[in-house]
Design a protein around this ligand. Structure first.
Ligand SMILES: *[C@@H]1O[C@H](CO)[C@@H](O)[C@H](O)[C@H]1NC(C)=O
Length: 376
C-alpha cells in the first residue's frame, strides 16, 4: 500500500492597489483616511495608538512607473502589521525592500504620476520620520519637540536607522564623496529644491508650543500658511488630528473630518473600542472588480465615488460660498458641534475613572449623523 502525504501550504495573498503580496496571520484594527479608488491610505491609525501618514516627495531619482506598492499602501500595511511606531517602520521598510514602490498616484488614465514617499510614524512614546527614494531609505527618531513633514525631504545628518546599503549606493552614484557628513536631503534632493519652505512649520511655530487638539486643528485650517488649500486645481481632501496620551490607561482620540477643506469641515472624534459602530455614511461606494482602477487598462472612467457626508458637505460648501448669512450661521453651528466633541474628549482624557467602551462605541457614528442633520 502506498501512503500519499499531501502537503498543502496555505499562503493567503493580499491584494494591494496594484500588486498582490503575502498576507500575515494577524492584522490590527485600523481606521483610515483613504482616497477611495486605492487600497492604501494617506493617513490613519490602529487600535494600538500607532498613526502613520504619507507625503509624496520628489528626489533626484525618478520614481518608478512600474506597478508596485504605493506609499499609501505602505501606510496601511504599517498600521495593519505594526503594534508600535518602530514595528510599523520595520514593516514598511521590509516591504519596500521586497516589493519596491511605484505606479500611478492619481486616478488618471492619460498619464502616470509617480512619487517617492515620506512617512510620519507615531505612537504614544515616539515618532519616526521615514524618507525613501526607490528602495533606499533613512529614518530619524523623534522623542521631543514639534516636527512636520511636507512634500520635500527633511532628514539631514541625524539619521537613526537606514538601508544597510544606502551609503555605498549613493557613493557608487557619485552623489556623496564619503568624506563629508552624510546629509540625506542634500544627497537626494533635486538641486533646485530648497528646504525650509514647509508651510506647516511656520504655522506650528505660531502656536508657540501649544500642541492641543484645538491648536493642531487651527494649524490645519490655516489658509494663509498654505497648509489648508481650496484652489481651483487643488483641495485639501481630508484631515486628521490624533491625541495619543503617553499614559496607556487613557484612550487615543482621533479626530477626522471625512470631508475636504478643514476650514469648512469639522473634526469629529473616534476612539477604538471593541465592536465600534461602522459609519457607512463616510464610506465611498465599492465597485468591486468592475472598478476602473482594477481593470486593465486602468482609469478609463471615473465613477462617482462620493459618500453621503461628502455630498451633503458639498451642498454646505456651496451655501457657505453663495449665501453669506445662512452660510455663516451654518458654520457657527458646525463649529459649536465640533467644540462639544472636543470638550467631551477633554473630559475623557482628564478624568480618573477608566472609560466605559459603551460610552464611545457610537461616538463617530453619532457625530456624522448630527452633522448630516444640519446639512439638510
Ligand atoms: C543638509 O542639507 C540641506 C540641503 O542642502 C541644508 O539646507 C542643511 O543645512 C544641511 N544640514 C546639515 C545639518 O548639514
Amino acid at each position: 500500500m502506498l501512503a500519499i502525504v499531501l502537503l498543502f501550504l496555505f499562503l493567503v495573498s493580499l491584494q494591494c492597489t496594484y500588486i498582490e503580496i503575502e498576507q500575515v496571520p494577524k492584522t490590527h484594527a485600523i481606521v483610515l483616511s483613504r482616497p477611495s479608488w486605492l487600497w492604501g491610505a494617506e493617513m490613519g491609525a490602529n487600535e494600538h495608538g500607532v498613526c502613520v501618514a504619507n507625503e509624496a516627495v520628489v528626489t533626484r531619482e525618478p520614481a518608478s512607473e512600474s506597478e508596485a506598492l504605493l506609499g499609501m499602501d505602505l501606510v496601511r500595511l504599517g498600521l495593519e502589521r505594526g503594534a508600535t511606531a518602530k514595528e510599523a517602520l520595520d514593516v514598511i521598510v521590509a516591504l519596500l525592500e521586497e516589493h519596491g514602490q511605484g505606479g500611478n498616484y492619481y486616478e488618471d488614465g492619460s498619464s502616470c504620476h509617480t512619487f517617492q514617499s515620506a512617512f510620519l510614524i507615531v505612537d504614544r512614546n515616539e515618532a519616526w520620520i521615514l524618507e525613501t527614494s526607490g528602495k533606499y531609505w533613512a529614518a530619524e527618531k523623534i522623542t521631543e519637540g514639534v516636527k512636520c513633514i511636507c512634500n520635500q525631504l527633511s532628514l539631514t545628518t541625524k539619521i537613526d536607522a537606514e538601508h544597510p546599503e544606502l551609503r555605498n549606493y549613493v557613493r557608487s552614484q557619485g552623489w556623496w564623496n564619503g568624506d563629508s557628513d552624510f546629509n540625506f536631503s542634500e544627497v537626494f534632493s533635486l538641486a533646485d529644491d530648497h528646504l525650509a519652505c514647509c508651510s506647516g512649520r511656520e504655522s506650528l511655530e505660531k502656536q508657540g508650543g501649544d500642541v492641543s487638539a484645538q491648536a493642531m486643528i487651527d494649524v490645519l485650517r490655516d489658509k494663509d500658511s498654505g497648509v489648508c488649500v481650496d484652489s481651483e486645481s487643488f483641495l485639501t481632501t481630508a484631515s486628521i488630528v490624533s491625541v495619543l496620551p503617553q499614559d496607556p490607561s487613557f484612550p487615543c482620540v482621533h479626530y477626522f473630518t471625512g470631508t475636504p477643506d478643514p476650514s469648512r469641515s469639522i473634526f469629529k472624534p473616534f476612539i477604538f473600542v471593541d465592536d465600534v459602530k461602522l459609519v457607512p455614511k463616510v464610506q465611498s461606494p465599492s465597485f468591486g472588480n468592475d472598478d476602473p482602477a482594477k481593470k486593465i487598462p486602468r482609469f478609463q472612467e471615473k465613477p462617482d465615488r462620493r459618500h453621503e457626508l461628502y455630498k451633503a458637505h458639498e451642498w454646505a460648501r456651496s451655501l457657505l460660498e453663495n449665501d453669506q448669512d445662512k452660510g455663516q450661521k451654518l458654520m457657527r453651528i458646525m463649529l459649536d458641534l465640533e467644540k462639544q466633541g472636543l470638550e467631551a474628549m477633554e473630559d475623557i482624557l482628564t478624568r480618573t475613572e477608566v472609560l466605559d467602551p459603551a460610552e464611545v462605541v457610537d461616538l463617530f457614528y453619532d457625530c456624522v449623523d448630527t452633522e448630516l442633520k444640519f446639512f439638510k
